[in-house]
Design a protein around this ligand. Structure first.
Ligand code: KIV
Ligand code: NA
Length: 254
C-alpha cells in the first residue's frame, strides 16, 4: 500500500462488537491499544495496564475480525528487555491471536525490536510521543519541534527499520518531521497527530465517536457528529483517510 501510495486506515478497538463494526467498515489495521487503560478502565494514563488485560481484550477483538490485520500493544514494563518482550509477544500472539505487536521504542530499544524480528514476530515500533513514558517525559508534549529532537527522531526511524520493524508509528510529531521520516524509510509509517504525509492514519475509537473522557484531542475528529449511526461514522472515517480528506493540516502540529 505504501508503494502504491494507498492510505492505510487504522483504528483502535477493544471488544467484540466494535471489532465487528470496525472490520465491516473496511479498516485495514485494528489496534488493541493500551489506551484501553483510559477508555475502558478509567485510568489517567496507560501505565497500569497489564499483559493479561491486553490478552483478554485481544481475544475479544480477534473473534470479531474477518479481514482486518490485528495489531496489539505490549503494555508498559512487559517489554523492557528482549526476553520479556518475547514472552509477552508469545502471550499476545498465541492466546490473543495478534498478527503483530507494537512496542514503544526508540533507537535505544532497537536490540529488543531485533530480537522480536529474529524470532519471527511482526513488529510495529511506536515513537515520537511515547505515552508509557509520560512519567519521564513530564507530560504529553509534541515531539520534533527543535532541530535536535527532529534529528533524533529521524535517527530512531532509521535504527528501528534497520532492526527489523515492519511498521513504524509516530504520535504527536511535528508534521514536517513526520514527512521526513516517511521519505526516509521503506516500511509504512502510520501517524496520529503527525500531519498529512504519513502512509496511514490511526485514531482512538472513542475519540471519533465523540465520547472521549475529558477534552477531545485536537488531532482527532468526531465522525459520529457527521453521521447518523456508528456504522456510518466508522465508514466516514475510513473514507476520509482513503480520500486524504482527513487529516487536514490543522489536525497536525507545524
Ligand atoms: O494505545 C493506543 O491507542 C495507541 C494509539 C494512540 C496509536 O497506541
Ligand atoms: Na498505545
Amino acid at each position: 500500500m505504501k508503494a502504491d501510495r494507498e492510505p492505510i486506515v487504522a483504528l483502535t478497538a477493544y471488544d467484540y462488537s466494535f471489532a465487528r463494526a470496525v472490520d465491516a467498515a473496511g479498516v485495514d489495521v485494528v489496534l488493541v491499544g493500551d489506551s484501553l487503560g483510559m477508555v475502558m478502565q478509567g485510568h489517567p494514563d496507560t501505565v497500569p495496564v497489564t499483559l493479561q488485560e491486553m490478552a483478554y481484550h485481544t481475544r475479544c477483538v480477534a473473534r470479531g475480525l474477518e479481514r482486518a490485520y490485528l495489531m496489539v500493544d505490549l503494555p508498559f514494563l512487559s517489554d523492557h528487555d528482549a526476553a520479556s518482550a518475547l514472552t509477552s509477544s508469545s502471550v499476545l500472539m498465541k492466546e490473543g491471536r495478534a498478527d503483530m505487536v507494537k512496542i514503544e521504542a526508540t533507537a535505544e530499544q532497537a536490540p529488543i525490536v531485533a530480537a522480536l524480528s529474529a524470532a519471527g514476530v511482526p513488529v510495529c515500533a511506536h515513537f515520537g510521543l511515547r505515552p508509557q513514558r509520560v512519567g519521564q517525559m513530564g507530560g504529553y508534549r509534541v515531539q520534533g519541534r527543535s532541530d535536535a529532537e527532529a534529528q533524533a527522531v529521524l535517527a530512531d526511524a532509521r535504527a528501528l527499520e534497520a532492526a527489523g520493524a515492519d511498521l513504524l508509528l509516530v504520535e504527536c510529531l511535528s508534521a514536517s518531521v513526520a514527512a521526513q521520516v516517511q521519505a526516509a524509510v521503506s516500511v509504512p509509517l502510520i501517524g496520529i497527530g503527525a500531519g498529512v504525509d504519513c502512509d496511514g492514519q490511526i485514531l482512538v475509537l472513542q475519540d471519533i465517536l465523540g465520547i472521549t473522557p475529558g477534552r477531545p484531542p485536537t488531532f482527532s475528529h468526531d465522525f459520529l457528529a457527521d453521521a447518523g449511526s456508528i456504522p456510518d461514522a466508522l465508514a466516514g472515517y475510513t473514507q476520509a483517510v482513503r480520500a486524504r480528506t482527513f487529516p487536514r493540516p490543522e489536525h497536525g502540529f507545524q
